[in-house]
Design a protein around this ligand. Structure first.
Ligand code: LP5
Ligand code: MN
Length: 241
């Protein structure tokens, strides 16, 4: 019995090895799990469920097959694929979860989230986030022709890469006070997130209580998965794609 957590695969046509590795991971490992949680940035970017990209069909079909074999898959939006909507969720049979969610994992309450909202030392990103998460802005964007949406997404990705080169490593990590606040707000001592691409399991003491934050790794040459089992064993593993 194992529950699996992954994030930051950034699937795209340009990285066929990651897609192949993900499909193999679903068939080899996820199929034996109790559940699979994808904590955002499954795709490099998402410009609407109506994008006729074949990769999206392949991924939707593989996730739907996983569901049909009895493994539920849950998804939290990332900062790249926050526009994944009900249509893709239906095709892939994934359950879309809210951006912060407390789940029960073998009797333990765990807060799961993508992780970008914990990076509060990056005001530029938070401003940008408020703008693009505005439902009116999203409706306008989604009503644009696909070629224009592609163009804007490409521009935003280039802009993001450029601005990330100028940001300090500290600025792009989570803020410890934001972590404590999120744990306190949800009254939990366990948290799992991705986004920072700094896989680790951090043990902390908050208000005299032992607490744990697991950070999922991004998929590049290797895949990354957090395995949790009922004996409270948690393992952050990296595997070749
Ligand atoms: O993802 P990562 O790790 O590279 O960087 C993130 C932050 N960047 C982003 C931007 C995404 O990469 C691009 C998302 C494309 C989505 C496609 C759909 C678009 C729909 C839009 C309308 C509804 O999230 C980055 C963080 C980093 O994480 C670490 O936390 O620092 O933040 C930024 O790069 C934001 C910049 O600081 C500010 C950006 C200003 C953008 C100006 C827009 C100019 C172009 C306008 C085009 C019309
Ligand atoms: Mn991210």
């Amino acid at each position: 019995m194992t529950t699996l957590f992954i994030a930051d695969l950034h699937l795209s046509d340009n990285e066929p090895a990651i897609t192949a590795g993900f499909l193999a991971f679903l068939q080899r490992e996820a199929v034996h799990a109790d559940a699979l949680y994808i904590l955002g940035d499954l795709f490099e970017f998402w410009i609407g469920d109506d994008d006729p990209n074949e990769l999206h069909d392949i991924v939707a079909q593989a996730l739907a097959e996983l569901h049909d074999k009895g493994v539920p898959c849950y998804f939290i939006h990332g900062n790249r694929d926050f526009l994944i909507g009900k249509d893709f969720a239906k095709r892939s049979k994934m359950v879309l979860l809210p951006e912060e969610c407390v789940i029960d994992v073998y009797g333990q309450k765990v807060l799961i989230l993508h992780g970008d909202t914990l990076c509060i030392d990056d005001p530029g990103y938070l401003r940008f986030r408020r703008y693009i998460r505005n439902p009116i802005i999203q409706r306008i964007f989604l009503s644009m022709p696909l070629f224009l949406r592609q163009k804007i997404a490409g521009k935003l990705r280039r802009q993001s890469k450029r601005s990330n080169r100028t940001k300090s490593s500290l600025m792009m990590d989570v803020n410890p006070l934001a972590v404590i606040k999120a744990l306190k707000d949800h009254q939990v001592i366990h948290m799992i997130h991705g986004h920072t691409h700094r896989p680790a399991i951090h043990d902390m003491t908050i208000g005299g209580r032992l607490s744990q934050r697991a950070v999922l790794g991004a998929w590049h040459e290797n895949g990354s998965v957090l395995r949790v089992n009922p004996d409270d064993q948690i393992e952050l593993a990296s595997f070749p794609l």
